[in-house]
Design a protein around this ligand. Structure first.
Ligand code: URA
Length: 235
């Protein structure tokens, strides 16, 4: 990515390194430096790849996409009062970035699996917009054995969820064994997978998202994440 030049104090503060005011003293202390040792001031126009902090290249610029393996027990919220947050799994400084990093949709606290996060508002909007119908695959563990008609009901496009006015779009169920199934949905309604199974008289005891569009977790362990190329989401 070709990075444009911005004021140094704006660049460093937007990446969460320090406040704009602190930049001048960090330059004096030799913490913020130029890769070619050029002199710096708080209002120097610099591009992202010219600057070092503590002799290290800066964190990725705006336009980050993070693919995380969300563990059970973490909440997709910015509100500290809600318990352990998925943002706690990222470097602390990333929580101070502006624009801020947000989850692309949400997974429930008790759901594990593939979660995307980004600071790119337009991308976030595109990936969560109902228009785009990104397929998402979940593996569900069920309390009771499947009765055999669920695949047909889910595929019908007529399943109504409690309290909703429009039926769920057709979804694809693949039975793994009587109490385990894979479900592909293209919407992102609140607690959708759990509510779809509830609507056919079952109960989800564990839920894991294995894919989002063409993306999968690969060998990421629960709690781990990696940066991905935003381009891989729009191809
Ligand atoms: N459906 C659910 O019920 N929960 C999730 O976290 C995601 C989809």
């Amino acid at each position: 990515m070709k990075s444009s030049k911005v004021r140094l104090d704006k660049l460093l503060s937007s990446l969460g390194y320090c406040s704009r005011k602190e930049v001048a003293s960090l330059i004096r202390e030799g913490i913020i430096t130029h890769t070619l040792n050029l002199p710096l001031k708080n209002d120097t126009k610099a591009s992202h790849n010219e600057i070092l902090f503590d002799s290290e290249p800066l964190d990725p610029p705006m336009g980050m996409v993070i693919l995380m393996h969300k563990p059970v027990g973490y909440v997709c919220s910015h509100d500290d009062g809600e318990g352990r947050l998925v943002y706690d799994l990222l470097p602390e400084r990333w929580r101070l970035r502006d624009p801020k990093i947000s989850t692309v949709g949400r997974l429930d606290k008790e759901t594990s699996g593939l979660l995307l996060l980004t600071d790119d508002g337009a991308l976030l909007h595109r990936l969560t917009s109902p228009k785009h119908k990104v397929p998402k695959v979940y593996e569900a563990t069920l309390d009771r054995a499947l009765s055999g008609n669920e695949a047909e009901i889910f595929a019908s496009g007529t399943l109504m969820l409690n309290g909703e006015k429009t039926p769920c779009l057709p979804a694809k169920l693949t039975v793994i064994d009587p109490t385990h199934a894979r479900l592909e949905i293209v919407e992102g309604r609140y607690h959708q997978v759990r509510r779809m199974f509830a609507a056919v008289g079952n109960h989800v005891t564990a839920l894991h998202r294995c894919s989002f569009g063409t993306l999968t977790l690969g060998d990421l362990e629960a709690g781990e994440y990696r940066l991905i190329d935003a381009q891989s989401l729009t191809d």
